[in-house]
Ligand binder design. Structure first.
Ligand SMILES: [Zn+2]
Length: 203
């Protein structure tokens, strides 16, 4: 089986996303760029993460969006494809529906850099992408635009997307975003949180 190690990483990351409470059911999706070609691997559509096996992972072509495998790819494969095309520095993507960051998504409120962990995880304030219906090119393009050169983005009335050099990094950023969102919301309930400047040495 081609890309066996990477397929395993996709499955493990999807399971971790669920176990860490960053999504429920079959929500969210995970992908990784194949290092030796213009393809990426992504979780399949509507299969439970608990029973996912490496063979279920779908291979998608970056150029023409064609795919191969025994399953159809996640509905959001356009979202992942557009991010990889726009960001050659990105090798892994986790898109999740975490409970607290979703509050910011519902309010369409960006997350400022309010704790140190945010400044290490994100280059700048995490912006909110304009709304687009799930699975659409519009959603993909809106998300790419709001992501810019940052490492995370909030998707209006939907969830979040974080990128990284590997899946561990992308998943870790989703956790930071959700926890920082909780800190932000609690801070706003008793005062005005002080925002930090971005770190300059992220490149
Ligand atoms: Zn989603």
């Amino acid at each position: 089986m081609q890309y066996e190690a990477l397929r395993n990483e996709v499955v493990e990351t999807a399971r971790s996303m669920l176990e860490k409470g960053l999504t429920v059911g079959t929500g969210g999706n995970v992908s990784v760029r194949c290092p030796d070609s213009n393809r990426f691997l992504i979780t399949p559509s509507s299969l439970p993460y608990e029973t996912l096996v490496p063979e279920d992972v779908v291979v998608v072509n970056l150029e023409d969006a064609s795919y191969e495998g025994r399953n159809v790819p996640s509905i959001e494969y356009h979202l992942h494809r557009k991010v990889y095309l726009a960001r050659p520095d990105v090798s892994a993507i986790v898109h999740a529906h975490p409970p607290v960051a979703s509050v910011l998504a519902a309010l369409r409120k960006p997350l400022p850099l309010i704790i140190d962990a945010c400044t290490y995880a994100f280059k700048d304030e995490v912006k909110v992408a304009e709304y687009g219906k799930p699975g659409t090119i519009e959603l993909a393009e809106n998300t790419v635009r709001a992501l810019g050169d940052n490492t995370g983005v909030i998707m209006a009335n939907h969830g979040i997307l974080c990128v990284g050099e590997n899946l561990e990094e992308a998943l870790g950023r989703c956790e930071v975003l959700d926890k920082a969102a909780l800190t932000y919301i609690l801070s706003l309930s008793i005062g005005t949180p002080v925002c930090l400047e971005p770190l300059c040495d992220q490149d």
